[in-house]
Design a protein around this ligand. Sequence first.
Ligand SMILES: Cc1cc2nc3c(=O)[nH]c(=O)nc-3n(C[C@H](O)[C@H](O)[C@H](O)COP(=O)(O)OP(=O)(O)OC[C@H]3O[C@@H](n4cnc5c(N)ncnc54)[C@H](O)[C@@H]3O)c2cc1C
Length: 251
Amino acid sequence: MPVYIHEPTISLLARPAFIEPSHLPVNWIGESTDGERLSEFAGRLCYMSQRNPASRSTHEYLENIKRQGHGSVLEHATYSLLLEGVSRSLTHELVRHRAGFAYSQLSQRYVDESEANFVVPPAIIGDEHLETAWREQMEAAQQSYVMLVEHLMKRYAWVADKVHRRKMAREGARGVLPNSTETKIVATANARAWRTMLELRSSEGAELEIRRAAVAVLHVLSGEAPALFSDFEIYEAADRREAARVAYHKV
Ligand SMILES: Cc1cc2nc3c(=O)[nH]c(=O)nc-3n(C[C@H](O)[C@H](O)[C@H](O)COP(=O)(O)OP(=O)(O)OC[C@H]3O[C@@H](n4cnc5c(N)ncnc54)[C@H](O)[C@@H]3O)c2cc1C
């Protein structure tokens, strides 16, 4: 029996490691993380203001950067996340975010999906009748997939390279896998690109699954680098689900 997934899992894989050059020290004020310091350092280099004449903390400095729309300064800080427990329909939407993003996603040609799990669309969670009907479709699709792989392996038995033969079978059979099939994806982006994606996908207009994932990503990134994401506000929307809005819009 497949596992039915109700929440994404987001893991931070990588964050910036800032190395301050000894010949250009900054007069840092306040607590900050490497990604925030890297952005501040880059911004201050533009005006050679390492002495920090306005006595701004890193948080205040980056708040001003965001307010003024100097988004390019935020491009230096890059974060890699692993998203699991998300559907193929979510990742199809996610990969539309191109500028500043890099992706690596589980291959349905190489990986056997005979025991794939499925992500329950948030819109049907809680309606037993709809969930049952949906689960029946998932299980029927999975059975068709297993049957197709088996037959395609025989059909292409003449292909000597076993890895290639399996790939041929799986690429033919995956056509019956639903959009709800669980997948995994590594997404790396700079803070400016994450902000743009989060603004679009955590809003009330976004599809519910990617909106839920965007809010989860926002929790991770704002914990990791508060000054880069502090102008996002997570709130409970009229549909009683979480959404987020941003004070300083995409630039
Ligand atoms: C609620 C919602 C519904 C959607 N519905 C659909 C849909 O029905 N069909 C569909 O196809 N898509 C849909 N999309 C996807 C949408 O069209 C975008 O592809 C997606 O939001 C990524 O936005 P982007 O292109 O701004 O992102 P990115 O590609 O990351 O680009 C970020 C920014 O960089 C700049 N940029 C990037 N590439 C270029 C370029 N080539 N030339 C000039 N400037 C560039 C632009 O300023 C752009 O806004 C939907 C998105 C949302 C949020």
